[in-house]
Design a binder for this molecule. Structure first.
Ligand code: TMP
Length: 240
């Protein structure tokens, strides 16, 4: 089993450690939560364990059932996972099925308006700039990735959306929108990286429309831990 070496990086929700294999690293999920580019800080007890388990489960399914390459290698513990080391493409790739959050503000439509087709958005990953929204032309002109990689990212993002929408529909959850990150391995392969969790997705109960995601923290709606646990138990059923 890979052993945890030097800490390479600490992000807002995860730490990343070296291993004895230069092509692999260990991601360790934290209970820390931030919102509004780090302005709001808090702790969501049990979040690290839940996001680790959910992300790994969904990445395994995406690999096996939708043919999407991911960085996932092996779950090591409740909070730690072995992943392929990648160079992250500095883009937040957002897919939206229903109007919510910043899109509601930008286009002046009420949250909950179902979109006739998915909307794909890109933000440049830079905390100091506040992750500004950018388009294909910015991405290519700034050299954030190649045209080939960008087109592969779009294809993967829409396929991931198709898979996840129907997966969550079966467990009574509407996938409103979500954010993905991609990375490139040292042998040049584009893979899905980062996480897929209530931190990075909007999940609404299909029947009651109750929010089951980080918006409960962002908007002080209460029962944040309960919402994360509810998503975990719908995904794993009796196995939680
Ligand atoms: P937004 O409506 O605030 O732009 O968020 C769109 C989606 O992206 C939503 O599912 C939450 C997710 N997201 C992140 O994962 N990280 C972020 O920093 C932000 C702003 C949103």
């Amino acid at each position: 089993m890979a052993t945890k070496g030097r800490q390479m990086y600490e992000g807002k929700a995860k730490k990343v450690f070296e291993t004895d294999d230069p092509t692999l690293c260990i991601v360790s999920y934290k209970d820390d939560a931030t919102a509004f580019n780090g302005l709001k800080k808090g702790t969501i007890t049990g979040k690290g364990v839940i996001n680790n388990r959910l992300t790994n489960h969904l990445m395994e399914k995406l690999e096996k059932e939708a043919g999407i390459p991911t960085h996932f290698v092996q779950e090591l513990s409740d909070t730690d996972t072995l992943v392929r080391k990648v160079s992250i493409v500095p883009l937040e790739v957002i897919v939206r099925n229903t109007v919510a959050g910043s899109l509601a503000k930008r286009v002046g439509k009420p949250e909950g308006t179902v979109l006739p087709c998915p909307v794909l958005e890109f933000c440049y990953k830079d905390d100091e700039l506040g992750d500004p929204m950018v388009n294909d032309y910015h991405i290519l002109a700034m050299g954030w990735c190649s045209a080939g990689t960008l087109s592969q990212i779009k294809d993967y993002a829409l396929r991931i959306n198709d898979y996840l929408v129907s997966y969550f529909r079966q467990i009574g959850i509407d996938l409103i929108d979500f954010k993905l990150e991609f990375g490139i391995t040292n042998d040049g392969k584009l893979v899905l990286a980062d996480e897929i969790s209530p931190d990075t997705c909007r999940f609404w109960d299909s029947r009651t429309h109750e929010k089951l995601d980080k918006d409960r923290f962002r908007r002080d709606l209460g029962n944040v831990e309960g919402a994360y646990r509810e998503v975990l138990s719908r995904v794993f059923g009796d196995r939680t």
